[in-house]
Design a protein around this ligand. Sequence first.
Ligand SMILES: [Fe+2]
Ligand SMILES: [Fe+2]
Length: 172
Amino acid sequence: MRSLKWTASHAVWVNDLDAQHKEIFEALGNLDRFLAEPDPSKSVSDLAQSLTDSIADHFAHEERLMNAARYESIRWHKQLHRTATRRVRHLVRAMNSGSLEGGRALVDYLRNWMDEHTRIADRMLGAFLRNERRACTIMLQAGTKPLNGGGWMDTKGTPFDPFGTSRGLQQT
Ligand SMILES: [Fe+2]
Ligand SMILES: [Fe+2]
């Protein structure tokens, strides 16, 4: 039986991504506990909603980072997210229509998916982002623009000028 807790074996060594993965594991654990022992003060659809919200927010965050960093495997990684999103949506619908089997299937699917995805795809992304951030720090310290000639973007994908308007990015 695979773990329903985030452990160091899931680490991708990018703080915000690790924090969001922990949040997803926590929401998954809450749903799992509810399915094993329903708590009348909670609703299964609220638990599923908080799980799917944290997954959707996290995928969007990773995808903004991939865009901003011009990550080479973005299409493959986004496709993995899309496939999981579709499957989760289907299983949540089955669970909300009263199928406890659907709930168990959802927990089992996400437990396995998170285990594999964080350890392979997200870890590759984490390594790329750490290198990218190192390169950006070096470029900022050297006062030069990105080597690919593109603009700078923050984690939300909004362009910004790290040098302020007076220096701009006109240096060559
Ligand atoms: Fe991912
Ligand atoms: Fe992730």
